[in-house]
Design a protein around this ligand. Structure first.
Ligand code: PLP
Length: 393
């Protein structure tokens, strides 16, 4: 494929570049086996193998494969045995799935301002905060608040990231959630994982994700006297097989992202008013993130890049205070559940200035995706093209 074509296609998820029949051993195995339900056989399923591999690679004690990251977030929340209407603090800048998972678990989201790096500003959390979801957006590994009993790390955009102390993103809080959706670091179209270090939490999640049963593989589900209700989030062998194949490419992908980021730092546009936000050693930066001096400059840069066929995006869509469901407290329930359970008179937002600064940061942010799959020479050409475009702005 020509470089121009590839540059123009960088809205492709990174992992999709590894979708290749010659590499689909696990999927061939699953189909050859003739069983796509993970609990149908007593031999180790591909889903279990995937969980074991992820556990080793991320240093996570317990792993459960599910359909997507939204289910994983719901499992994390519900396994804490909350009261309905309990508050969950979430960043004001993230994908709406985070708020959706809170609401569909019968809990109430409280939006919290973000800091310069667009991560939840933990200094705003009240002393008695019980539940927080921290999202590591675009591969920037965010610090976790201290002293909060249930910190859920949303790693949908940060598979393979590490904290400064070497621990993997997703393993430092109560639970970590991952997505293999089309637009993520690795992809099986849809797909999710949840990890936790807490064996009781894992047992609760495993039951809830399989109709409330503690199923023994090869058997019909059975219910213990202390069973609770559940849903069906059980993954399929076909999806798990593709996730496994994708996961084999994680290190290659991380190296490709890091290399292109370094190349881009050598080709920064010689132009004032466009600052590149830094990359910490453990980040899985999937894009170059520019902070522009004004919204006008940002919008002109978007127009120039787009005109030249260079993929780019803004993060405006992640501004949750303006999302209709949150702004309008929308619900499908006739009584407005779970918003109806929110403590009266308590603002469901923690912001110093009504999110003005957060909005301003977003308005001035521009992302240019990195292409980890390109050979180094093509990455060099790609970053030069970005540089030239931005210098022409
Ligand atoms: C994509 C995404 C999700 C939802 O993931 P799905 O697997 O699509 O359910 C949640 N949080 C963040 C930050 C995301 O980017």
């Amino acid at each position: 494929m020509s470089l121009d074509k590839r540059l123009g296609q960088r809205f492709l998820p990174y992992g999709a570049n590894y979708l290749d029949w010659s590499d689909m051993h696990e999927l061939r195995e699953a189909v050859g086996h003739g069983v796509l339900f993970r609990y149908q056989t007593e031999s180790e399923s591909i889903a279990s193998r995937l969980e074991r591999r992820v556990s080793q690679r991320l240093g996570a004690a317990h792993v459960l494969a599910v359909h997507n990251c939204t289910e994983a977030l719901r499992l994390a929340l519900i396994s804490t045995r909350p009261r309905t209407g309990a508050l969950v603090h979430i960043p004001a800048v993230t994908f709406v799935a985070v708020a959706g998972a809170v609401l569909s678990s019968g809990l109430v989201p409280v939006l919290v301002d973000v800091d310069d790096s667009l991560s939840l500003d933990a200094t705003l959390l009240p002393q008695d905060t019980e539940r927080v979801i921290v999202a590591h957006m675009e591969g920037t590994v965010a610090p976790l608040p201290e002293g909060v009993p249930y910190v859920v790390e949303d790693c949908a955009q940060a598979l393979g990231g590490r904290f400064p102390d070497g621990r993997h993103a997703g393993t430092a809080g109560y639970a970590g959630t991952f997505s293999f959706h089309h637009n993520k670091v690795l992809t099986s179209g849809e797909g999710g994982l949840i990890v936790t270090g807490d064996p009781d939490a894992w047992a609760t999640m495993r039951c809830y994700h399989d109709h409330g049963s503690a199923r023994v593989p090869g058997r019909y589900p059975t219910w213990n006297a202390d069973a609770h209700y559940g849903e069906n989030f059980v993954t399929s062998e076909g999806v798990a097989a593709i996730q496994f194949q994708q996961f084999r490419h994680l290190d290659e992908l991380l190296a490709g992202l890091e290399r292109m980021h370094a190349l881009a730092m050598d080709e920064l546009p010689d132009r004032s008013g466009l600052e590149v936000l830094p990359r910490a050693p453990g980040d899985v930066k999937i894009s170059l993130r520019f902070r522009c001096e004004s919204r006008e400059l940002r919008d002109t840069a978007v127009a120039t890049l787009t005109e030249r066929g260079i993929a780019n995006w803004t993060l405006d869509k992640y501004f949750l205070p303006a999302h209709p469901v949150l702004a309008g407290r929308r619900s499908l329930y006739a009584d407005g559940f779970p918003w109806s359970l929110a403590p009266a008179g308590l603002p469901l937002a923690l912001s110093r200035d009504g999110f003005a600064r957060t909005r301003d940061l977003l308005d001035r942010t521009l992302c240019v995706p990195l292409s980890p799959e390109l050979p180094e020479q093509e990455q060099v050409l790609a970053v030069k093209a970005v540089r030239q475009a931005l210098e022409a702005v």
